[in-house]
Design a protein around this ligand. Structure first.
Ligand code: SF4
Ligand code: SF4
Length: 110
């Protein structure tokens, strides 16, 4: 499985259901999200970016040097310029956190 869903954080908004290209995320008996077909998840990150409460994290496996760390992302305003940024956080298995801030308007420009 490529993602983990923290059910304590999940507020049952269902936004991740519709963005998953494989329709892999569904609602459990308590109205929370769960991955019904975890083996089919290819780690596209759409659900991770869509979840506004950071309930979904992406596993960074050993094959990409992640050693079991988990990655989350949130969109927010930076403290200096008050421009919208994507704030990525990688939490290693020893709880060390690395943060990366990206301006989505200046990224992906070719
Ligand atoms: S987007 Fe996040 S809060 Fe909404 S249902 Fe999915 S996991 Fe829960
Ligand atoms: S990472 Fe992509 S494929 Fe996997 S559950 Fe999330 S949206 Fe679906």
């Amino acid at each position: 499985m490529s993602i983990a869903i923290n059910k304590e954080k999940c507020v049952g908004c269902k936004k991740c259901f519709s963005v998953c290209p494989g329709s892999l995320i569904q609602e459990d008996e308590n109205g929370k999200a769960y991955v019904k077909y975890p083996k089919d998840c290819w780690g596209c990150c759409s659900c991770v970016k869509e979840c506004k409460v950071k309930a979904i994290s992406l596993y960074l496996g050993a094959d990409i040097g992640g050693r079991g760390s988990q990655m989350t992302v949130e969109t927010k305003k930076d403290n200096v310029n008050h421009k919208q940024i994507m704030h990525w956080e990688i939490t290693e298995s020893d709880k060390t956190v690395h943060a990366i801030d990206i301006n989505p308007k200046s990224s992906n420009q070719y």
